[in-house]
Ligand binder design. Sequence first.
Ligand code: NAD
Length: 341
Amino acid sequence: MSIVVTGAAGFIGYHVAMALLDRGEEVIGVDVVNSYYDVALKEARLARLTPRRGFRFARLDLADREAFPALAAANPEVTTLIHLAAQAGVRYSMVDPHAYVTSNVMGHLVVLEAARRMKGLRHLVYASSSSVYGGSESLPFGERDRADTPLSLYAATKRADELFAHAYAHLFGLPQTGLRFFTVYGPWGRPDMAYYSFAEAILSGRPITVYDGGKVRRDFTFIEDAVQAVLALAALPPAGPPRVVNIGNHRSEPVSALIALLEAELGRRAVIVDTPRPAADVAETCADVERLRGLVGFSPETPLDRGIARFAAWFREWHMAGGGSGDARRDGGVDAPRRGA
Ligand SMILES: NC(=O)c1ccc[n+]([C@@H]2O[C@H](COP(=O)([O-])OP(=O)(O)OC[C@H]3O[C@@H](n4cnc5c(N)ncnc54)[C@H](O)[C@@H]3O)[C@@H](O)[C@H]2O)c1
C-alpha cells in the first residue's frame, strides 16, 4: 500500500507528505519543481522529505501524457492519490493563463486518465479552491451554493476539475473528493501569498500594497488543520458520486488584522500603500464547514494569532539562514491574497 502525493515540493503537498510519513505510510511524491516561486524553497522542502523512510520522489510534469501514467502503472500498490500539484495563484492567471490550462486542466486530465486505470486505487483526492465561489455574496460559502461565476481563469480551471470529477465518476466509477481550500498559510508557506510577502516587506522596510484599506476579508486556514482534514478525508472515499468539501476556518478576518499580527510578531511597522481591490479578487471569503465536520468530526480551529506566530517563528529562521523568495512571481487573490486581497 502506498500513497501518491502530487505537488510534494509545494507548500500543502510537502506538509501532507510529511504527515503521512509520520504515520509510517509509504509515499511517492511527484512534482515538476517549477520556478513560479523560489525553487530553493521547494528544494529545501524536498531535502527534508527525501531522507525520510518510506519516501520516494518522481520529478515529472503531469501535463506530459506519458510520465505520470508510467509511474502509476509501475506502482500497482498505490491505494490513494492525493493530487495537490497545480499552477496556483489568482492574479498570475492574468499574466500566464496558459500555465493554468497546462497544469490544472491537462495535468489534471492526465491524472484522471491514469487514476481510472489504477486497479488498486480506492480514492482520488484533489485540490480545488474557495475561488470557485467567485463573487458570491452569500456568506459563508456552502458546497451547495452555485459555483459557475468564476472571477479568474485560475478559479475556472479549478471548477473544471470539479466537473471532470463528475464525468469520471459517472463513466469509470472513480471515487473522488475535491478539496476547496480557503487561504492556507503557515511555516514553509508560499512566497507569493500575502502573509508571506507582507512579512518579507515588513522586515526589509519595503511598503506593502493593501487593497481597500485592509477591509478585504479572508478565511485563513492554518496548514496543520488543513493537513488533518486532507488526511481524514482521504481515508473516506465516497461510496457514490464525487464530493467537494470546504477546508476553511469558518472565520473571516480583515487583512488589516493579518498585518497587525505580522507587525507584532516581527517587531516592525508596515509601510502601507492603499489601492482599490483588483477585479480577480473577491471581497470576502468564509467557509461553511458543516460538511467537513459531518464527514470527519472536526474542522480547522487554529486562531489567526496562533497560526501567524507559528509562521513568523519559521519565517525568521528561514530568512536568517539565507532563504529568500528569490524570483517569486508575486500574486494575490483568494488563495494568494497578497497586498490585502
Ligand atoms: N495554499 C492555498 O491557500 C490554496 C488555496 C486554494 C487552493 N489551493 C490549491 O492547493 C494545491 C496546493 O497548493 P500550494 O499552496 O501547496 O501551492 P504550491 O504552488 O506551493 O504547490 C504546487 C506544486 O505543484 C507543482 N506543479 C505545478 N504544475 C505542475 C505540473 N504540471 N506537474 C507537476 N507538478 C506541478 C509546483 O512545482 C508546486 O511545487 C494547489 O492545487 C492549489 O491550487 C491552495
